[in-house]
Design a protein around this ligand. Sequence first.
Ligand code: ADP
Length: 310
Amino acid sequence: MLAKMQNPIIQFDHVSRRFGGRNVLKDIDLEVPAGSIAGLVGPNGSGKTTLLKLMAGFIKTTSGNVRLFGYDPFVDRAEVMRRARFAFAPPAVYGSLTAREHLKFLSATNMRPRERSTRDDIMAVLETVGLADRADDKAHTYSFGMKQRLNLAQALLPMPALLIFDEPTDGLDPIAVVELRGLLKRLQTEHNLTLVLSSHMLGEIEKLADTIFMLNDGRQIFCGSPDKLLGEERQIMIRIEGELKAGVNVLRKHGIEPEVNGDGRLLLPPGSIRLDEAVRLLGNQGLKLMEFHEKQPGLEDAYIRRLHQG
Ligand code: ADP
């Protein structure tokens, strides 16, 4: 159970969802504060899209509560949609329309006459996503990255408080990924936009997210900052002079199963003991420690280890 924060924009409380006889999401607790970027990661089939559909109010929970801005999105969809926008893959783009026509059409069909976007509003959004100079070109002439930015522009007219973006970088080339990342970060800092991004690739999310929610097989296996994930996955390495077996036995007596690493090194499982405690424990037994330090895994390694544990 998470410590409750004040007025989170998104709140999931013990949420489960079944399809047929299958539990696709199991007991999810989740909170997203205003102005933050939350990254939802997990392998294909882990339940990310189902979780986003619950946020959008497309489906309802089997048990537990979902709240966006304090509203149940399945019941008060209109209240939620006034504040939140969703961009699902693939981009909703029509080749025979220009970017400007997409946004004019959106404004004419989705907004009340008084609220309709002006020509300036439309150009400002196209400016934001870097499409102003191609505003009057038909979308079939755009690269995939440009289509994705047009998809985003449609979700930003008018600017919402919350943007939920499913697999934003799917199918983009590396340069387009970097551009989109910069754009999403700017939306957070300049417009205080709260963002939820989902991806099956942690690498796409780690550079942006303040909080990572990791799903595996419908369960939340991690929730916290990228630093927390790394911290919890830090391994201790100790090199002992002479007989390694004595060191292994001391650690086993304390319930720690070290990995013996050929060249006289012991690797202790993440979170099993603090480095200073391990050093004291082995030192007290008269063992001579030649080297000891904490090994920082890469975030991708930490993710994969979590998936195997989860
Ligand atoms: P992800 O987005 O992480 O790839 P999904 O949320 O799409 O995962 O799917 C999670 C699991 O739920 C998958 O096994 C999928 O087959 C199943 N699932 C999703 N939607 C439905 C549905 N409407 N009916 C039955 N099973 C579904």
